[in-house]
Design a binder for this molecule. Structure first.
Ligand code: SF4
Length: 359
């Protein structure tokens, strides 16, 4: 590996990597009216979606709408995202819209359609995952019906200018792995808001015909998330998901590209799980060659994860910047951008540094 402290990387990308990992001081994201933090630390940095941790010991602060490193103006602007109007509404059966779907960034509506996962027993669980913690905290409901999702999507578009929607799911027991519920949900959403691009996210279905069903139902893009291409890392971090061989992901990605088209398919690749950065970049290059956008995201030790419980820390920002810079070069050479996905995490970009780096 050639990345690490002292590695030469573009200083602007390094600043964005540091901001993504160290966050901004906790008082920085309070809305001007003092009514509490803006939507889950979602902000706009230089006008683009960014999900930043709030961190009282971050060296970065915000003054006059700009990001400062100590007394130095980084040149970046930061604008909190205001609380959306649709959060104040409730379904006819009494569920607050806020528990059905959340605003991510300034214009993305996101939800976990089925908030439980067959892999959540501690022995199988992905060590970075909190899917059932939100359920335990009461901030969401276990299953969202297609009717509820359509109702919330319509309101979020009408009241808050939402421009795309992301539907993810915990893995279910059937051979569709959750795709059946996603397809029903997309159908209902597109019937209510025909112009809203929707991305679906699921594991490779046992029956790959489900990928075509999701497209027919109206999904614009699909995320089939592997998180790591290193089997040693997969077994250590995702013991349940690692039982699905990488060859199965290859088949699912190829089928998805055939059905949805090039650069309408994406996968997460996490930085900071102990992988070799150069191997990660090479693997991202292979994904790009097959038409799949590698959404490179830093691991963050979120509260409630097994990794945080075990004291695993975030990666070195220099390594994130190193990987990001090289993956962006490959994306540009292939003419691929996150925005072209139209919907989904790669189109949103908030959780990654790829977009500000040019990907
Ligand atoms: S990148 Fe995905 S998870 Fe992150 S804020 Fe955007 S839509 Fe949400």
């Amino acid at each position: 590996m050639s990345a690490g402290t002292g590695t030469r990387v573009d200083v602007r990308i390094l600043t964005r990597a540091e901001l993504a990992l160290r966050g901004v001081r906790v008082d920085s994201l309070r809305r001007p009216d003092g009514a509490g933090p803006s939507g889950d630390d979602h902000v706009l940095v230089d006008g683009a979606n960014a999900a930043l941790p709030t961190n009282p010991s971050s060296p970065y602060s915000v003054r006059d709408g700009r990001v400062w490193l100590g007394d130095e103006d980084t040149g970046l602007t930061l604008t909190p995202v205001r609380r959306p109007r649709f959060y104040d509404l409730t379904t006819a059966d009494g569920v607050p819209y806020e528990k059905i779907a959340r605003l991510h960034g300034a214009d993305v509506l996101a939800t976990t359609v089925v908030q439980t996962c067959i892999r959540y027993a501690e022995a199988d669980r992905c060590r970075f995952c909190t899917i059932e913690e939100a359920l335990a905290s009461g901030s969401t409901v276990a299953a969202k019906t297609p009717e509820q999702l359509a109702e919330v999507a319509e309101a979020a578009v009408r009241l808050d200018g939402v421009r795309q929607m992301v539907l993810t799911t915990g893995t279910t027991t059937g051979p569709d792995r959750g795709a059946r519920t996603l397809a029903r949900s997309v159908r209902a959403i597109r019937a209510a808001v025909p112009d809203l691009p929707v991305q679906v996210q699921c594991e490779p279905p046992a029956d790959l015909a489900w990928i075509g069903e999701l497209h027919v139902a109206g999904a614009t893009a699909i995320g089939i998330h592997v998180e790591s291409l290193d089997d040693r890392v997969r077994r250590a971090w995702m013991p349940g998901k690692a039982t699905v061989p990488l060859a199965r992901y290859d088949e699912a990605w190829d089928e998805a590209v055939r059905v949805f088209g090039r650069n309408r398919v994406s996968t997460y690749l996490l930085v900071g799980l102990g992988e070799d950065p150069d191997e990660l970049v090479a693997g991202a290059g292979r994904l790009i060659d097959r038409g799949v956008y590698p959404f490179v995201v830093p691991f963050r030790p979120m509260r409630g994860t097994l990794a945080a419980r075990d004291g695993v820390g975030a990666p070195d920002p220099a390594v994130l910047a190193y990987v990001t810079e090289r993956v962006v070069a490959r994306l540009r050479a292939a003419g691929m951008s996150g925005a072209d996905q139209q919907a989904g995490c790669a189109a949103c970009g908030a959780c990654s540094v790829l977009r500000p780096a040019g990907g």
